[in-house]
Design a protein around this ligand. Structure first.
Ligand SMILES: *[C@@H]1O[C@H](CO)[C@@H](O)[C@H](O)[C@H]1NC(C)=O
Length: 214
């Protein structure tokens, strides 16, 4: 009995190694490309003459770091990816900002412009920052700088926020790819309201990522 099972597993292993289908077609590829980022955030191709010194990131940088965050937080749903990218692109004005400037709330920022309380939770969730947090714990602005200092963290907040702060219900609705699901994510989890501008970002993201609405 066991031998048959082992033989079957071996045969399957051999067959899959010898598979004529390229590996990339078997393994799901969740990498976001620069072209997709430009499609979603049309002015993000370059950082020439940025409006805020040291804050601008290009579509290429955004694509790389956002893809990393989807791996890190296991965001594999295209609909969720589209929601996160559109939120970050909208909030950061096509990745030109990672700090709140209008009105300029200290400590509000990273690419999804989350509030200081969330940045505190987010920073505390990152093991690699453990030793650096005590020095900035009394200053929301300094804590934000710590997160902004590393693109991985700066672009990781959108995926962190969705996967740690949104309810299961919100995520299930969002995963359907429907506009209602996205509206719920914006109103019930992000805590803001849908506007035409926000919706245009989402529509571009859904298109760029090929999200199928169910
Ligand atoms: C940014 O953070 C990541 C993840 O902890 C780490 O691997 C990387 O070395 C950091 N980059 C810099 C420039 O410190």
């Amino acid at each position: 009995m066991h031998n048959i099972l082992i033989a079957a597993l071996l045969a399957f292993g051999l067959l899959s190694t010898a598979s004529p289908i390229p590996f990339s077609l078997i393994i799901r590829d969740d990498t976001i490309t620069e072209a997709q980022m430009v499609q979603i955030a049309p002015t993000s191709k370059a950082c020439d003459d940025p409006p805020a010194k040291g804050e601008c990131a290009t579509a290429s940088q955004a694509a790389k770091s956002t893809s990393k965050s989807f791996d890190e937080y296991k965001v594999t749903s295209k609909a969720e990816q589209a929601a996160i990218i559109s939120l970050m692109a909208f909030e950061s004005d096509d990745f030109k900002y990672n700090k709140n400037h209008f009105p300029g709330t200290p400590g509000q920022g990273t690419r999804n412009m989350q509030s200081p309380a969330f940045n505190k939770k987010y920073a505390a969730s990152i093991p690699a920052l453990k030793d650096k947090i005590p020095a900035v714990s009394n200053s929301p602005a300094d804590l934000l700088d710590l997160l902004r200092d590393n693109e991985t963290y700066d672009f990781g907040s959108g995926a962190w926020f969705l996967t740690s702060q949104c309810s299961k219900d919100v995520r299930s609705a969002l995963q359907t790819g429907s506009e209602t699901g996205w509206q719920r994510y914006i109103s019930d989890c992000v805590g803001t309201s849908v506007t035409d501008d926000r919706k245009e970002y989402w529509e571009r993201a859904v298109k760029a990522l090929g999200v199928a609405s169910q």
